[in-house]
Design a protein. Sequence first.
Length: 434
Amino acid sequence: MNKIVVCGVSNRALGMFINPVINKFSEQNEIVGLLDTDERRIEICKERFPELVNLPAYKTNQFDQMIEETNPTSVIVTSRDDTHIDYILKGLEHNLTVITEKPMVTTVKDAKKVMEAEKKSKGKVIVAFNYRYNAFHRKIKEMILEGKIGRVTSVDLNWYIDTYHGASYFKRWNRKREFSGGLSIHKSTHHFDLVNWWIDQKPEEVFAYGALNYFGKDGELNPSPTDNRYCGTCNEKPECGYYMRWNSRSQAGAVKDDHVLSEGIEKSEQSYTNYRPDACIFDNEIEIEDTYVASVKYDKGAFLSYSINFSVPFEGYRLAINGTKGRIETQEFHELSRVPFPVPEQTIDYFPLFGAKESIHVVQGEGTHGGGDPLLQEDIFMGVDPNRPYEILAGAEAGAYSIAVGEGVWRSSKENKPLKVEEMMKETETVYIK
């Protein structure tokens, strides 16, 4: 029996890990302890899952006590990004299997600590990179392994986050680099890991530009230069272009945007202690970027051209992978309910260097993240699928190299110079440049 403790009883913990353990994988897995800074989160967890009502709960300074009293074999880390490092290192000290949400940590310095600690431990680290398990992403990996495009030479990846989704990162703790590492780490490590995994090459050098365009105090839709506003209680909502995109004038006192939840959360039984998910997206304290373009050089000769924008009218990505024998292309429009125009079905287009183009219609499974979450959960809670002919479950090294590219992106944009990954790995401190 795999005995599991959960550090950070977040919404992600509830939906991605606790729910499937209880309702799908309970024959082989059992949750034996919960740890969080907020007792209310643990109460909500037990209300949602009555099976856990008698489960012992612990505060953040009681990790060792939790391990001693519950004797787990695994720890799931779903706390705020900057706290991952603490629980990962403690879990490895106790020789546990550590399953952590992405990003593994928020700095290269901490990523190096994790890899060093794993070498000394009988435990191991699993990073929950669910994008790898998306049906389209697995098919692309298989095509590359089959040699369809030969040796990979370049990748073009342009990622688009719509303002509805993008705003969520600027209403909460993600807006501060000390908590999230910035969005080139909190969000883009998903994408950098995908590329690293697809092409099976290690990043060597990163150069990037970044800017804060839509959000922050200088955002063009900011109704006034006022700080410390919250959407649920703000009297400037009728003048706020962002807010009024989702509401009419008669609804200005209500909350329709599911990222503007103050009134709903503060008045409901689901409210957390001292947690507001509706801070103004135009606050002065916002210090991270919302737009990046980056170039990455890899150790086997490939180049990545990457961009991401968090204030686009639609959500999805465009991808092209070039090789010595051909090219792969695909385009995804995500969250179609917010796209006010018809969009094409996603396919994978294969262009051999010599021959006819092929359009591949990929069979998709049920579940979130393109059917990826259920497959990742199976690998975590049932063991890696023995019939899959390639590695897909990510470990500490994969987590570290995704962090290295992410930190390289935001730091390069600040320092205006390329950064070498191995040199970053040797640094002992991370300098947070404003």
